[in-house]
Design a protein around this ligand. Sequence first.
Ligand code: PMT
Length: 402
Amino acid sequence: MLDGKNILLGITGGIAAYKSIFLTRELAKLGADVKVIITPDAEQFVTPVTLATLSGNPVLSSFVPEGAGGLWNNHVELGKWADLMVIAPLTANTLSKLASGQSNNLLVATYLSATCPVMVAPAMDLDMYAHPTTHENLDKLRHHGVEVLEAAEGSLASGLSGKGRMQEPEEIIEAIRHHLAPTEQLKDKRVLITAGPTHEPLDPVRFIGNRSSGKMGFAIAKQALRLGAEVTLVAGPVNAELDHPRLNRMDVKTAEEMMAAVAHCYGEQDILVFAAAVADYRPKDVSNQKIKKTPGDAPVIELVQNPDILKFVGQHKKPDQFLVGFALETDQEVQNARKKLDNKNLDMIVLNSLNDAGAGFEFDTNKVTFITSKDVVEIPLKSKDEVAVDIFRQILKLHAES
Ligand code: PMT
């Protein structure tokens, strides 16, 4: 139910606007207070009379409506009033305006000043949707925290068939409900997350490490906090900041330190998500002094295996604990991830491949596949914040089914 929720629905000029009539009606039926803003082009596809009747509110289309005696629609107030702004459909034209910060109509000006969360459902022809500019613009929005509901495949107004259809109103409503759901789904639950790389020292100035930034793990921690959990975040050396009264952050450098931190608290956790990129090996000997360069000589560094932290937890897992690992693969991705799922006794593994553009280390985005013993669910490229939302959506779904 959306009782008491204020939703600002932006409609732009594309054929999918007809579906937003249904969206307006359903949102109002679910108890939301819906205010609709349409762009001038959208009026060619849907009428303000229909939308005003279904939403129960006047439809807003210009800064200073005719006949309003000079009274203007305050776009800043609209953005403050809303619990969520949804733009559906979002055309390529309005997308480029949002991405470049234009404010030449009421809808884009409201977006630019909105302090509420924003969700968009793009809709356009397949070649427009596939164009690199569209991808860049959507990535820009994601980077600014906008939730993008990826277009679906199917028949398009041009007569062609492909990716570009706006998601169905039912799917948009589901995403809205999830977004506005009470944030208490993990209340009283304890969640442990590992994040970032480990650094395995060679001497006081050098180490073996990897390019993990911690962004994925920190996004997961933020989402767990948002859902009301008590969160323990074991973080390798990263620059990421996170502060919250329900957060217990343990900073570590090496795999052995990460192992010790996890071993200390894994037993009391309900959900454990291992997003850290732990070094599998460390130098056998660590020099106390900086290793000097000897002309003509290349030192051989002997490595020893680090503990497999996730495997250890999988071996000691209690029946009511839900254990999620990550797999970062470069080849035979699903097959390798499945092996890890089994070998490490996991409930789910989140596969990301270095072959996918925008996925893996350092990016603000990721493209993942959720793998369980029963299912393989591919998720399109999304911001790491959105991936974190999907991870808990998936965990809660699997938990409810078990
Ligand atoms: O930090 P970012 O820049 O945002 O990048 C995110 C990420 C790419 C690091 C993340 O999405 C990711 O894939 N993390 C896991 C990377 C990895 O080490 O994958 P793996 O296939 O080598 O390890 C499998 C699982 O075992 C992982 O859950 C890992 O945390 C865990 N592991 C691995 C080795 C080890 N010694 N101990 C472990 O716990």
